[in-house]
Write a protein of this length. Structure first.
Length: 201
């Protein structure tokens, strides 16, 4: 079992990577941080995760030198998590770079590769139908099953069946989980969900 720590300020992005980590056999999420915690470098050095996924632009000034300080830790993979437009701003070498804009499949492959357990597409959810994608988009926008049925001219039974099939394919039963999936796979823009998905208190 390999341990993972995530450092990312944006809640939805952090939650999406957490979901990916939990879906990959052999990986265990130790903790997620926003990047502005006190003594964060010391915390990382204490835990010494096998995989550190970090958005360097989430780090507070106090923690800005963290990547350089921990780079020498043996057997730790250091992975950047950024927007593609920020690639040229990276001032430090990473073992891998994850982009916000990448699909879930691409992110999954990179994380598995860094963890040393990439085994092709085993474990990747089966492809969704176009109707299922449409229903996911409506669910995460806050529509009820009845409202979806009315909008798509379907019976409530049909919508419920689609929802069950989505749950089976993705292994996701909550609206917040579907929201993260939709964002990670570019089915919906993060801005559309700001009023529907908030951090847990």
């Amino acid at each position: 079992m390999k341990n993972v720590i995530i450092i990312e300020k944006q809640y939805l992005v952090q939650a999406g990577i957490e979901v990916l980590i939990q879906e990959i056999p052999g990986l265990m999420l130790l903790k997620s941080y926003s990047g502005d915690e006190l003594h964060l470098t010391g915390i990382i050095l204490k835990h010494k995760p096998d995989l550190l996924i970090i958005n360097p632009f989430s780090l507070s000034p106090e923690n800005a030198t963290l990547p350089r300080k921990i780079h020498s830790i043996q057997n730790m993979s250091l992975v950047a998590l950024i927007k593609k437009e920020a690639l040229n701003q990276l001032s430090f070498g990473y073992d891998e770079v994850l982009f916000y804009e990448e699909s879930k499949l691409a992110l999954d492959k990179k994380i598995r590769h860094q963890a040393g357990n990439y085994q092709g597409e085993e474990g990747i959810p089966k492809e969704l139908s176009q109707r299922e994608i449409t229903i996911i988009k409506l669910i995460v926008r806050g529509l009820t099953h009845q409202e979806i049925a009315d909008k798509l001219f379907l019976s409530i039974h049909t919508v419920n069946t689609h929802r069950k099939n989505i749950n089976k394919k993705l292994g996701i039963k909550t609206v917040s989980g579907l929201s993260v999936y939709a964002i990670m796979n570019h089915l919906i823009e993060m801005e559309e969900l700001k009023n529907n998905l908030k951090p847990a208190q």
